[in-house]
Write a protein that binds this ligand. Sequence first.
Ligand SMILES: Nc1ncnc2c1ncn2[C@@H]1O[C@H](COP(=O)(O)OP(=O)(O)OP(=O)(O)O)[C@@H](O)[C@H]1O
Ligand SMILES: [Mg+2]
Length: 276
Amino acid sequence: MGDVPQSDPDLLIELDDVSLRRSGNTLVGPLTWKVELDERWVVLGPNGAGKTSMLRIAAAQEHPSSGTAYVLGEQLGKVDVSELRPRIGLSSSSLANRVPGEELVSDLVVSAGYAVLGRWRERYDDMDTERAVEMLESIGAEHLADRTYGTLSEGERKRVLIARALMTDPELLLLDEPAAGLDLGSREDLVARLTDLAADPDAPATVLVTHHVEEIPPGFTHALLLKEGQAVAQGLVDDVITSENLSAAFDQSITLDRVDGRFFARRTRTPGRHRA
Ligand SMILES: Nc1ncnc2c1ncn2[C@@H]1O[C@H](COP(=O)(O)OP(=O)(O)OP(=O)(O)O)[C@@H](O)[C@H]1O
Ligand SMILES: [Mg+2]
């Protein structure tokens, strides 16, 4: 009576003392982290810090080895993940690598609603097809609809996968390094589109994993800095993205600048140590 734990409906991700272990290694944790409705998070940290592993928990692709994880109000381990996953939009390089080269872009986007890779139904509703085109437009990739995935450039693939992640009108959007491999113009384009998305009250709560503070879209509200599976700092972007926290996360002195709402980071120059 009243003892059943109720998750807060405004909490989209709730990791409580979560750890993820594989082959005797701790990939994530212990980590406590909460994402609320309307929040836009950026996750940063060195290679191997556990960003992708943590995102896989948030995407209901992995169960924690210990601790409790709620995603969209459902406790992992106690929910049918096949019902949960379509409510989450995920774009990641592991997904990118699994798409068959001959897959048509429009089919790849439209099939997101069926949580499958590859077009398995003979026909999709006209409405689905229309929405797929809209999603491609929203990310500046409508001209790619009739191409096959194998013929796309790295940046074009990233855009198509984001369109796919948005296709199901997800309650939660998880983007793992969406700007990796993009040229400067395409990166700036993507940052601009993510800035628009951050400002759109109808857009889903978003978690963006990136290696570069330059890619933090203005309007993103929160940041999590991970190191060896644990949080170095988490909270409001302005409190977390500081030279002190970045220096701690990357084990070197980092100088941070902010121009026009964007961050720029570099190693602090030590007098006398640079080469002529
Ligand atoms: N199945 C596994 N068994 C053992 N170790 C694993 C397994 N999967 C991942 N790891 C290790 O867990 C650590 C975290 O990996 P993860 O991919 O989450 O890091 P990341 O922060 O996303 O790194 P990157 O910035 O390089 O993408 C890495 O050291 C990785 O080698
Ligand atoms: Mg990763």
